[in-house]
Write a protein that binds this ligand. Structure first.
Ligand SMILES: Cc1cc2nc3c(=O)[nH]c(=O)nc-3n(C[C@H](O)[C@H](O)[C@H](O)COP(=O)(O)OP(=O)(O)OC[C@H]3O[C@@H](n4cnc5c(N)ncnc54)[C@H](O)[C@@H]3O)c2cc1C
Length: 321
């Protein structure tokens, strides 16, 4: 018996959300009286793999051979199914992402497992079942689910579980597993790298701008504030539709869903479709000149004021910090 955690990476580093999943796997393994084993697929150096040990993995399985060079849910699901059977995993954990969603669906079929995505905390053990909480209806309600059966496949929402950083060094083992023939049928994949230093979906802080900023020429102050705070930049849909900002920054129901510790919304009205993408944020700060803007109802802190006066003052204050 074990808890197997898939560690997803970007640019040869393990994503923070995956390290959180390993920390959750460690906590769950303790409850189940077993061990957490991480599995990383692709090109990582020893230092990157040891981050998994610090996050709580006792052992790391490293798969480099026999898998496509690009992240493939089809291929990775077969690798994870092989690894899960080999290590006798009763739970497979991963972080919620576009890749993760594709893996959960395929892997739960291959392992005949109960599954849940976007889970908000370390699952609770209830006999042979696991109780999990997830948000539903674009963040307007919570569902408590009970997963039964011999194997469970679960993805965790980002920022749902604190990162453990004091784990011991993990043993690293290189392995190969059979990959589904179907994976080879995907012959071409174009990859477009998102601009910006910090990935929007991984960010702890997001500074987001809306149509209230009047035009792309005014984004300098948004970028400056984001830089000082170590944040990623986001925007509302009309802003990306108008080509003021790239489409990968568009947050909301039809864009990226974010769950940072702090979401700062500047000149965004707070339409329901935008709120659907930010409801997982821990703290929301809204800056809007209209005191009746709907976003204030969803805000933890609000500043009623002109963004062109408030943001430069925030930048000055943030610089002093
Ligand atoms: C099917 C569908 C899907 C959609 N999906 C999404 C989505 O995923 N994401 C999304 O964002 N939208 C989405 N929308 C659009 C959504 O309904 C809103 O139209 C959009 O979010 C509004 O963007 P905004 O708040 O930037 O602009 P506006 O509605 O124009 O609001 C601008 C805000 O800026 C404030 N403002 C103006 N000047 C200043 C200033 N100087 N200082 C401070 N504040 C100022 C105004 O008071 C106002 O509240 C969708 C719509 C549909 C129909």
């Amino acid at each position: 018996m074990s808890v197997l955690i898939f560690a997803e990476g970007v640019d040869k580093s393990i994503k923070k959300s995956s390290l959180e999943a390993v920390s959750a796997g460690f906590a769950l393994a303790q409850k189940l009286n077993t061990e957490a084993i991480a599995i990383a697929i692709g090109d990582y150096d020893t230092a990157a793999l040891q981050e998994l040990g610090k996050a709580g993995a006792k052992k790391v399985i490293h798969v480099t051979a026999g898998v496509p060079a690009y992240p493939s849910a089809l291929a990775y699901a077969s690798v994870l199914a092989g690894a899960a059977k080999e290590v006798g995993a009763t739970v497979v954990l991963l972080s919620k992402s576009a890749l993760g969603d594709g893996i959960v669906a395929r892997l739960s079929v291959q392992l005949n497992a109960a599954s849940a995505t976007g889970v908000l905390a370390v699952p609770e053990v209830n006999g042979d079942s696991l109780k999990v909480k997830k948000s539903i209806y674009t963040g307007k309600a919570f569902a408590d689910l009970s997963l039964s059966g011999a194997v469970k496949v679960i993805s965790l929402a980002k920022n749902a579980v604190p990162l453990k950083e004091d784990g011991a060094a993990a043993t690293v083992e290189s392995k190969t597993y059979p990959v589904s023939d179907l994976a080879g049928k995907l012959v071409h994949q174009k990859e477009e790298k998102a601009s910006g230093d910090i990935l929007l979906t991984e960010a702890d802080i997001v500074v987001s701008g809306g149509r209230g900023l009047k035009g792309p020429e005014n984004w300098g102050m948004i970028e400056e504030l984001a830089k000082i705070l170590g944040a990623a930049t986001g925007c509302s849909k009309p802003v990306s539709d108008l080509d003021w900002r790239p489409h990968h920054e568009h947050v909301g129901q039809t864009g990226v869903k974010v769950s940072p510790n702090l979401y700062i919304a500047i000149g965004i009205s707070g339409a329901i479709q935008h709120l659907a993408g930010v409801s997982g944020s821990k703290v929301i700060v809204v800056i809007n000149k209209d005191p009746e803007a709907p976003f204030f109802k969803a805000a933890d802190y609000g500043i009623v004021g002109d963004a062109f006066e408030v943001v430069p003052k925030l930048i000055e204050a943030a610089k002093k910090l």
